[in-house]
Design a protein around this ligand. Structure first.
Ligand code: PRT
Ligand code: ZN
Length: 283
């Protein structure tokens, strides 16, 4: 049987979540920090641990079949790959930022100014789309110190909490792109049965993460009102309690609706609400 290869980041912000996702998909492997390749013992897959910058090209060129990498890196390397699944972690934004005391007030005022970035390709396209010509200075790291050193008027860098900008006396000025980790594959790989199986496993893990399992008790007379609030996968499961006139309702609730739903359920007569995490949802 052929063995597929998945490229993930060796160390850095996406490594831990990528490893966790693959393990939650039931894949068994050692997360060797020192080696480049780790075999999966219960799936025909090998894991390649790489610098994130190399992952898109490795996948495009077929050295790896699939990979997990930030969209920002995919766009910057301008590769031709398939997006197999957005993964919901590693979320950040590529933003323009200027010194707090800068007199620039709108995007068009970046005309003729200098902007430091590690993302020259994405920035160049963004500026062209906005009819701005600026001097793009490509720096490979610590972009945030460049205005303070007098190297640029503005920067274009990844931001998640905004703490780094703040501690360097910079303020956000505009969004260039939003990014998150993506499972990518080389063109055509999406039809491979092993990849279809793997994507289904990934989706069942992601679905479970976004959803809570809820069990609650309700008096028969309030059951219809409680049921009306609950979708379930098909519909909620209702079972009678040992005590006459009461029922237990089992269902799943999307995490995002959770607090809102719980207060409505209580108001409708739900009692003894128990909330549990879900490991996987297979549809
Ligand atoms: O060694 P290797 O080349 O593999 O890793 P790397 O150092 O190039 O990348 P790494 O591990 O820093 O980031 C990997 C990916 O994580 C990025 O390509 C993004 O897709 C994603 N990601 C999510 C981030 C951030 N959030 C992030 N905050 N990447 C970088 N940052 C940096 C940012 O550049 C800035 O310096 O964190 C700082 C800002 O953070 P806040 O929280 O202060 O705003
Ligand atoms: Zn990198």
């Amino acid at each position: 049987m052929k063995t597929l290869k998945i490229a993930i980041q060796k160390s850095g912000r996406l490594n831990e979540k990528s490893v966790e996702l693959l393990k939650n998909c039931g894949l068994s492997f050692e997360n060797y920090k020192s080696s480049l390749i780790s075999p999966v013992s219960n799936f025909p897959l090998e894991i390649l641990f790489l610098r994130d910058d190399d992952i898109p090209e490795y996948v495009q060129d077929g050295i790896a079949d699939i990979g997990i990498v930030g969209e920002n890196v995919i766009n910057e390397t301008e590769v031709d790959v398939s997006y197999l699944q957005m993964l919901g972690f590693g979320k950040c934004s590529l933003k323009l930022a200027i010194p707090n005391n800068s007199d620039i007030t709108q995007l068009s005022e970046l005309q003729g100014k200098s902007i430091a970035t590690s993302y020259p390709v994405i920035l160049k396209k963004f500026l062209a789309k906005n009819n701005i010509t600026a001097d793009i200075r490509t720096i490979s790291g610590s972009v945030e110190i460049s205005p303070g050193l007098g190297l640029s008027d503005a920067i274009c860098d990844l931001v998640s909490t905004g703490g780094t900008l703040k501690s360097n006396g910079l303020k956000q000025f505009g969004d260039v792109m939003h990014s998150e980790a993506v499972l990518i594959g080389r063109r055509g790989i999406e039809n491979d049965p092993l990849i279809i199986e793997l994507i289904q496993r990934v989706q069942s893990v992601l679905r479970a993460k976004e959803t809570k399992y809820v069990v609650l008790n309700v008096e028969q007379q309030n059951l219809a009102a409680v049921e009306a609030l609950l979708p379930g996968i098909k519909s909620p499961t209702v079972v009678p309690l040992a005590e006459e006139g009461w029922a237990a309702v089992h269902t799943v609730i999307p995490e995002k609706d959770f607090w809102n739903k719980i207060s409505k359920l209580k108001a409708a007569g739900a009692q003894g609400i128990v909330v549990l995490p879900i490991e996987k949802i297979i549809l």
